[in-house]
Design a protein around this ligand. Structure first.
Ligand SMILES: Cc1ncc(COP(=O)(O)O)c(C=O)c1O
Length: 371
């Protein structure tokens, strides 16, 4: 059982769809491109969504290069490994960076965001990671952050690779210029696709002085004819279309509530065992529970592995210091129960927490997910 923060266990019909190889210039595939963009734009409530063959990093870097201009002033908020990567990509775009950093394991409050934006009236843009997968900390109130950023007239770029579908995101109403995500996270598809959702302002502001593979304007120009500029991973497109359909059938609100319920449940369980868990009510992640366990991370990871459960260790400066448990995609009450039983066995402690009903998958989905 894989409980790492991506890639994730996928429903059987998604895995099956991933095997399709077709002519990418055929009407059959054009229909897939059309339906996938429509569904992803519905899930994001975005004007457009660029469909890219690659991973989350491609989505993030194409967002950075397509939306930011050389020399423009960009505020970057960093609080973990993926924020550092975002900062690095923004540096490579040769922008003028104003970076604010938090220690790994901490997050920014709304008041801090407000102060930072007020202190930098001349900045053109703000970029941040929505859900910091390396520490299990998130901007839980992205709507409020968007109001502050867009209210000050700046562009807003969001890496939500591990956040999309696990929190409410409303690109058009919140006027976020661009949000990047990947297929192998809460969407519960196979790895291989990146998505960049854009508001109308985001679409208007796309640059062209960049490599073709990072050029979202070019991607959208081809999507206007229901095609992609280059050879796509056809299987990943079919799989992601199926995953986006399943997300619609479950209901996106139910999905983000399921993530939140599982995350809260797991935080309670590991706290009971004596973990020092990162995050508090204001900033805990819906998709990653991270912290310092009462035994060494290495020993916990191998004890769970012996029981057939895979979790992850720390990244960057937290390497070998923490564990991270991913609760992304189609994680449900059965996965949570199995993990709880294993933890109870390893720590020789009764854990009487009941998995909440909000953690359950709807029957049609439960039937095609094996834990
Ligand atoms: C927040 C965040 N950004 C970017 C990435 C990079 O995504 P990928 O590994 O798919 O390139 C990840 C991957 O876990 C992530 O969690």
């Amino acid at each position: 059982m894989m409980l790492i923060p991506g890639p994730v266990n996928v429903p059987q019909s998604v895995a099956f769809a991933a095997t399709k190889v077709v002519n990418h210039r055929s009407d059959e595939f054009r229909q897939v491109v059309k339906n996938l963009e429509e569904l992803m734009s519905e899930h994001f409530n975005s004007e457009r969504t660029a469909l890219l063959t690659g991973s989350g990093t491609l989505a993030v870097e194409s967002m950075v290069f397509s939306l930011l201009k050389k020399q423009e002033k960009v505020i970057v908020l960093t609080y973990g490994e993926f924020s550092n990567r975002l900062l690095d990509s923004i540096k490579r775009r040769e922008t003028d960076i104003i970076a604010y950093s938090k220690k790994f394991g901490e997050g920014f409050s709304i008041e801090e965001v407000k102060k930072i934006v007020e202190e930098n009236k001349d900045a053109d843009s703000v970029a941040l990671v929505h859900n910091e997968t390396s520490t299990g900390i998130a901007f839980r109130n992205l709507e409020e952050v968007s109001k502050i950023v867009k209210g000050s007239g700046k562009k807003f770029l969001v890496d939500s690779v591990s956040g999309f579908a696990a929190y409410k995101i409303d690109v058009n109403s919140w006027k976020i210029d661009a949000v990047a995500t990947g297929s192998q996270k809460a969407l519960a598809s196979v790895p291989g696709m990146g998505f960049v959702a854009l508001s109308d302002e985001g679409v208007e502001n796309l640059n062209e002085d960049i490599p073709n593979y990072l050029n979202l304007k070019l991607a959208l120009k081809f999507q206007d004819k229901n095609e992609t500029p280059f050879t796509p991973s056809t299987g990943a497109f079919y799989a992601s279309l199926r995953a986006a359909e399943l997300l619609k059938l479950e209901g996106i609100e139910k999905r983000w509530k399921r993530h939140e319920a599982c995350s809260k449940f797991l935080r309670q369980v590991v706290s009971k065992i004596g973990f020092s868990v990162f995050g508090d009510e204001s900033n805990f992640s819906n998709t990653v529970v991270a912290g310092i366990p009462p035994i060494t991370p290495k020993n916990l990871i191998s004890a769970l592995k012996e029981r057939g459960i895979e979790i992850s260790g720390g990244m960057g400066e937290l390497k070998e210091k923490i564990v991270r448990i991913g609760i992304l995609g189609v994680v449900d009450d059965r996965a949570m129960s199995r993990l709880t039983i294993a933890l109870s066995d390893i720590f020789k402690q009764d854990i009487n927490e009941k998995v909440p009903d909000e953690c359950k998958l709807p029957d049609f989905l439960r039937n095609e997910v094996i834990w």
